[in-house]
Write a protein that binds this ligand. Structure first.
Ligand SMILES: *[C@@H]1O[C@H](CO)[C@@H](O)[C@H](O)[C@H]1NC(C)=O
Length: 399
């Protein structure tokens, strides 16, 4: 609490031009706590360190006087420029009879994940760096690559997370990605409820039927004709340039719950297609009554995994199974996951064809009806741990 009181800041609140500045330990709020008459900015001073001057400099000034006066002139100027133009600065080492240089940065010191912090400040004897203080963001509380956004007026802030959720990005949640798609059907429509819902539309052409099932305790999608669910990927940064080398530089993951309604005895049908041509892109291809083959066709290569339903789920056509495919850009390979099993992929050559929307549906006869639920997409490679997290998040059906 005490810390919070001292940590008050204030920058150009209501256009008040701050005449003074102070450091964390001696900042005082002026006026009543609710009013906006605060006119001090609170800075944290870091001795013997220099902020990387590669960041955009707003202004450079020469300051003289005692060291204390120089620091004061430098931070005062920062306060006067205001929060949009100045959030940190460097003061060069003190020399008698010569002024010091003060560089003021537009740069917000908190706007990076903690991994970058060692690169932001360089040990430099005699230099003084300072930054606007925020109680929430000081100390880089956001975990797992999350970035802190300070709100200087209230001295609060929040973490922006990618692939994690929670106040401090502490919970593994791959669907928490600004390009993630999540089709739950829980609201009885084919709409995308993922946080990338604006990026990945659901095409009107989807003609699957949303129905309630007891097993999933929520509405699911029943597919029986072509284009059961069409995902319009026109604006998907990752999949738009899927070929060479698959566009998705951080990888890509598709997943969904599947419940085939009965076995086929041969032939083929597709559960999932990306591409205008049959079997181009990602296709699920049931070939026998004991397994489902998953094809991922990119440019001129077919990657295939055989999901051994007969081995893991003898009654597979009566059960729900979580299926995922993920592209690992580092090792340049696809992986298939069936529940918690990683399935080997084999590759062969195919003729290339063009990209198109992702279509969930079947291209065969209607003896291949199936149910789907919680179709997810996000532009990241998934470790087995991430796949488990997505499985857990979508396991109950209603989520
Ligand atoms: C410095 O800050 C002011 C106030 O926000 C801004 O208008 C100006 O564009 C900034 N200048 C530079 C060079 O960043």
């Amino acid at each position: 609490m005490v810390r919070k009181i001292f940590a008050v800041l204030a920058l150009l609140v209501h256009q008040t031009i701050a005449a003074e500045t102070c450091f964390r330990s001696n900042c005082k709020k002026e006026g009543s706590s609710d009013s906006l008459t605060i006119n001090h900015a609170s800075f944290t001073q870091v001795p013997d360190q220099k902020i990387d001057p590669a960041w955009p400099i707003n202004e450079t000034l020469q300051v003289s006087g005692t060291q204390e006066e120089r620091i004061r002139a430098c931070t005062e100027r920062c306060t006067k420029i205001g929060i949009h133009g100045c959030r940190s600065g460097n003061l060069s080492p003190y020399q008698e009879n010569a002024p010091s240089t003060c560089d003021l940065f537009t740069y917000g010191i908190y706007a990076h994940s903690i991994h970058l912090v060692p690169l932001l400040r360089i040990v430099s004897t005699g230099w003084t760096s300072f930054h606007l203080f925020n109680s929430f963001c000081e100390g880089y509380p956001c975990q797992n690559g999350g970035i802190c956004y300070p709100h200087f007026l209230t001295d609060e802030g929040y973490c922006k997370c990618t692939g994690y959720s929670g106040t401090l990005c502490q919970t593994l949640d791959p669907l928490h990605h600004e390009e993630a798609g999540h089709w739950t059907f829980d609201d009885y429509t084919l709409s995308n409820t993922g946080i990338g819902a604006n990026t990945l539309a659901t095409s009107e052409s989807g003609d699957g039927i949303v129905l309630e099932t007891l097993e999933r305790d929520s509405p699911v999608l029943q597919c029986q004709t072509t284009n059961c669910l069409t995902i319009d990927n026109t604006n998907m940064p990752c999949l738009k340039d899927y070929t060479s080398p698959y566009g998705c530089t951080t990888g890509v993951t598709f997943g969904f719950w599947l419940r085939p309604l009965w076995k086929t005895t041969g032939g083929s049908f597709n559960y999932l297609i990306q591409g205008k041509a049959t079997k181009q892109g990602l296709t699920f291809n049931s070939v026998t009554n004991s397994d489902i083959r998953l094809h991922i066709e990119t440019s001129s290569t077919r990657h295939m995994c055989t999901l051994p339903f007969a081995t893991y789920k003898p009654n597979w056509f009566k059960e729900w199974t979580f299926i995922a495919v993920t592209w690992d850009p580092t090792n340049r390979k696809w992986e298939c996951i069936m529940d918690n099993h990683i399935i080997q992929i084999t590759s062969s050559s195919v003729t290339s064809s063009s990209n198109g929307p992702i279509v969930f549906g079947n291209q065969g006869s209607d003896e291949t009806k199936f149910l789907m639920d919680d179709v997810v997409y996000y532009p990241m490679y998934s470790t087995p741990e991430m796949i488990s997290a997505v499985m857990d998040l979508t396991k109950s059906g209603r989520n």
